[in-house]
Design a protein around this ligand. Structure first.
Ligand code: SF4
Length: 517
């Protein structure tokens, strides 16, 4: 397709766009074996951007030949072979640990270039991929980590996620979008898929059609975070599960063909929809698909922020799932392996990841739960964590991320543990820390958001500091948190938060949450 026709909105393409026209991002997989043999110095710098399509980012310092590597785990569900291989890769190539991301994916650091072909082989052998885990393409599909076992789901979304994954994954029609593209599919009535912050989200809905109650989805479009966050808007359609791919393709076609490619800062779908208006966007979707049923009844009952701690009955009688806290989503590969072994011994072998960066062990017979929980690993990874560390979320930060202005994972953990020691409180407080405006740890939806920056002091020193945001939620239509005036130097941050949270505790009603305060 000639880009003049396809990229209808643009007079001038940005540098990335011009490079993407010279070469399809997915072709980097053909080049990696050669680079792996010839060494990092053989990679021209202008090729770095294509590695994103293989789920890879050149890690800083950029001359060491090490990569951050992300593996897709659609809707956070992995079987036992996959979980074991993921732990083995962490030990063999990721210096012994892995991170659980806010999109239910798995992320490694320090992966050496020469080992990438072997990593890909090991992942492919168990049906996993890194392809399009980054890059201007459909990213990991998020959703309900309890799909298929959830007493609070309208229906099992695993087949829909598979249909979407099969349609979009490595599809050359969608490997050159204007920017990253995020899809959520969820029918948990507590919005486990964080619908409103995705480019395209399918949420639980019902409608009486011809006298029959039909279960399906409503559709949200144009959500996203980063420097200018938008909550997704609803299309006036009701979609049956078998119609999801059709409407997803139509939405994505519009984004591909009309999304902005001049400025990367304005390239997400949210900007196109903001400019066109939701009615025009919807009209252009329906021009492609033909008519749909109009909206029915929204089945959301609230928002659980992606937390599933504790032991809960599944919809399968006699079975439970167990939600486990993984502080700020970082876990040793050996511990991950231990959980995979426990899942195999006591459950079906599956492990699941939540977008709160935590783990779920499903399918435990009720009479086995006590034996499972007697394992010593639950002392370090509790199922009922404290109210700060259990609800702290952090992005990668300056240890590995090229864009980070401050540390996040270690700092968030230290601060949350400090708050747990200092403050006895009756409700959890969700604190998210990010190292820049990109907001990979979803700062905007936190009750307390902390965003790292550099601050110049009076004596001209450059120090780490954080801005503080309050009151984010995806309850109801959702509301992003708001920035408080001022910047807090890194060394003062724990005490400022302590004072702030003690004031909250001492002035709130029993059971009142921070965002409702
Ligand atoms: Fe890096 Fe910024 Fe994303 Fe954190 S939010 S991982 S610092 S890009």
């Amino acid at each position: 397709m000639a880009y003049e026709k396809v990229w209808a909105n643009n007079e001038k393409l940005n540098k990335n766009e011009i490079n993407k026209l010279k070469k399809d991002g997915l072709s980097i997989f053909d080049d990696i074996p050669k680079y792996a043999k010839e060494g990092f110095a053989s990679i021209p710098k202008d090729q770095y951007m294509y590695f994103k399509y293989a789920g890879l980012t050149v890690q800083k310092p950029q001359d060491k030949g090490l990569f951050m590597l992300r593996v897709k785990v659609p809707t956070g569900i992995m079987n036992n072979n996959q979980a074991v291989v993921l732990s083995e890769i962490g030990n063999a190539f990721g210096r012994g640990f892995l991170d659980l991301t806010t999109r239910q994916a798995i992320q490694y650091h320090w992966v050496p270039l020469e080992k990438l072909p072997e990593v890909f082989d090991r992942l492919h052998a168990v049906g996993l991929t890194t392809s399009e885990a980054e890059g201007d393409a459909p990213r990991n599909i998020v959703g309900n980590p309890l799909a298929g076992i959830d007493a609070d789901e309208l229906f099992d979304t695993r087949p829909v996620v598979k249909d979407l994954f099969d349609f979009f994954q490595d599809n050359p029609d969608y490997s050159n979008l204007p920017r990253k593209y995020k899809i959520s599919v969820n029918t948990n009535i507590y919005n486990a898929g964080h619908a409103q912050i995705n480019d395209l989200a399918f949420i639980p809905a019902t409608k009486v059609i011809d006298g029959q109650l039909v279960k399906g989805f409503h559709v949200l479009v144009g959500g996203g975070l980063a420097a200018k966050p938008y909550l997704a808007r609803q299309l006036n359609v009701f979609v049956r599960p078998q119609e999801v791919v059709k409407i997803a393709a139509a939405v994505t076609n519009l984004y591909r063909d009309y999304g902005y490619r001049k400025s990367r800062a304005r390239a997400r779908l949210k900007y196109l929809i903001a400019d066109w208006g939701i009615e025009t966007f919807e009209k252009k979707v329906l021009e492609q698909t033909g008519p749909f049923e109009t909206t029915g009844h929204d089945e959301f009952k609230g928002w659980n922020a992606g937390f599933f701690y504790g032991v809960h009955p599944q919809k399968q009688k006699g079975f439970s799932y167990v939600g486990v806290s993984v502080p700020v989503g970082r876990i040793a590969a050996n511990d991950f392996y231990a959980f995979a072994q426990l899942a195999k011994t006591y459950g079906s072998g599956e492990l699941r990841t939540a977008n709160s960066q935590n783990l779920i062990i499903p399918n435990i017979p009720d009479n086995q739960v006590e034996s499972l929980l007697a394992n010593v690993i639950f002392k370090r990874f509790p199922i009922r964590p404290s109210h700060f560390i259990g609800y702290a979320v952090a992005c990668t930060g300056n240890e590995f991320c090229n864009l980070a202005l401050t540390n996040t994972k270690d700092r968030m953990r230290e601060i949350a543990e400090f708050l747990d020691r200092e403050i006895d409180i009756d409700v959890p407080v969700r604190i998210h820390m990010v190292g820049c405006t990109n907001s990979c740890a979803q700062r905007q939806i936190a009750e307390i958001g902390l965003q790292g920056l550099k601050l110049r002091t009076k004596d001209k020193k450059l120090i780490d500091a954080y801005e503080l945001f309050v009151g984010g939620t995806l309850e109801g239509e959702g509301k992003f948190n708001e920035r408080l005036k001022g910047r807090i130097p890194n060394d003062l941050l724990p005490d400022v938060l302590k004072d702030f949270l003690i004031y909250f505790r001492d002035n709130k009603e029993l059971g009142e949450s921070f965002y409702a305060f």
